[in-house]
Design a protein around this ligand. Structure first.
Ligand SMILES: *Cc1c(COP(=O)(O)O)cnc(C)c1O
Length: 396
């Protein structure tokens, strides 16, 4: 029995867990070329630090995020005592509907968060233009896109601040980790102050994270993934509990603690292999995009001329929800790494009702209804990929 992961995580050879400690924070900062950066215990924690800093610099209290994004973003905004607004996406796009964004941005807007989903490079420039006119900050959510670039520059550095995630399933993993980045020295100082105020040492949590990272290194391989990923997935699908099938249900409690030297050492060694890994996954993605392009009615999200995204998965849209569901009826749970990104637009998660407004978001709902993802793990060989394209072709 074999099971493929839903994204192309960088596998961790066990010996790499041992060796000199520390150094990941600096190495990750150099990797993206950020003038200022800091390591945090998750992408969410990085966002909490950025929001805490901005909240102290401004009287504004509203944060605008895409209506289709990670539920943790909504929880982070609530954690910081800020008000959330949801902006719809443009049709058949991962970018904001700019007209809706311009209409929504008002005197109370503190920040707008363009989001680089699935390794793709979001269009930050128009958001930045609008934000500059209105005196609003731009935070790039690059949690899924560490290593992605536009015009040779890393994502996360075009706006005022940005953050990355090193959670399991997001490429390079510390099991949990995050990096905030900025080019602005004053903002960097404010984020560092927030860090000193709210990040605590927590030896017990860190010890658990070390065990989790070791378990991740051990089990992240096709022979063991049925136990840690495939079986829980199929159980949730059988119960019809889709949000828990894809891991969309999070606790509102956000952990804020330091990342220890042992995990940092492992991360630093993994980072030295990341560029070559991204090259391999990009090559595989290019070959497979060409195959998917020949299928009728399949829209695959891809890069523009000057963009070099990363390829954790291929995210695609089918013509309608019925065809998407029939495709997943064949492929979801088949062990081939085909799944969905987030199940719902943010207003449609029952457990987020208290912190998410019911803003209109037809395009975000449409994306949730018509999209699916195919893993770009190097373990998905051409035979496996042909099974995926056969199913897509049959349903089309
Ligand atoms: C995963 C994710 C986050 C949060 O990152 P964590 O490291 O899991 O806390 C934020 N935004 C997006 C788009 C994500 O996918």
């Amino acid at each position: 029995m074999r099971e493929l992961p839903p994204t192309a995580g960088l596998p961790l050879p066990l010996p790499e867990l041992f060796g000199a400690r520390g150094g990941f924070s600096r190495a990750a900062q150099d990797y993206v070329g950020a003038p200022y950066a800091g390591l945090a215990c998750s992408g969410t924690a990085s966002l909490v630090l950025i929001l805490t800093a901005l909240r102290r610099l401004s009287g504004c209290r509203t944060v605008i995020v895409p209506a289709y994004t990670c539920p943790l973003v909504a929880l982070a905004v609530a954690h910081c005592g800020l008000r959330l607004r949801l902006c719809d996406l443009a049709a058949d796009s991962l970018d904001f509907d700019m007209k809706a964004l311009a209409a929504m941005c008002d005197e109370d807007t503190l920040a707008i968060m363009p989001t680089h989903l699935a390794g793709r490079v979001a269009r930050v420039a128009p958001v930045l233009r609008l934000a500059r006119e209105r005196g609003v900050f731009v935070i790039e959510d690059a949690a899924q896109s560490f290593g992605a670039r536009r015009g040779g520059q890393s994502v996360g550095l075009e706006g005022d601040a940005g953050f990355f995630s090193f959670a399991a399933g997001k490429g390079l993993s510390l099991y949990e980790g995050g990096l905030w980045v900025t080019r602005d020295p004053a903002l960097a100082a404010a984020i560092e102050r927030a860090q000193d105020d709210i990040i605590k040492r927590d030896a017990w949590r860190e010890f658990r994270r070390c065990l989790e990272l070791a378990a991740y290194a051990l089990f992240y391989r096709p022979a063991f993934l049925p136990w840690v990923y495939g079986m829980p997935l199929r159980r949730a699908l059988k119960k019809g509990n889709l949000p828990s099938a894809v891991g969309d249900i999070f606790s509102p409690e956000i952990l804020l603690h330091h990342v220890g030297g042992w995990r940092q050492g492992a991360g630093r060694r993994a980072l030295s292999r990341l560029q070559a890994f991204h090259q391999q996954t990009a090559d595989q993605a290019m070959r497979r995009l060409a195959v998917l392009d020949r299928l009728p009615g399949v829209l695959v999200f891809r890069d523009m001329e000057d963009e070099e995204g990363t390829w954790p998965c291929l995210m695609l849209c089918l013509p309608d929800q019925d065809r998407r569901n029939r495709t997943l009826g064949v492929l979801w749970g088949a062990g081939l790494g085909v799944t969905r990104m987030f199940i719902h637009a943010l207003p449609d998660y029952g457990y987020l009702r208290s912190c998410v407004p019911q803003d209109a978001c037809p395009n975000a709902r449409d994306l949730a209804a018509r999209s699916l993802t195919i893993t770009n793990s190097l373990w998905l060989d051409d035979t496996g990929f042909a099974r995926v394209t056969d199913a897509l072709e049959q349903v089309a």
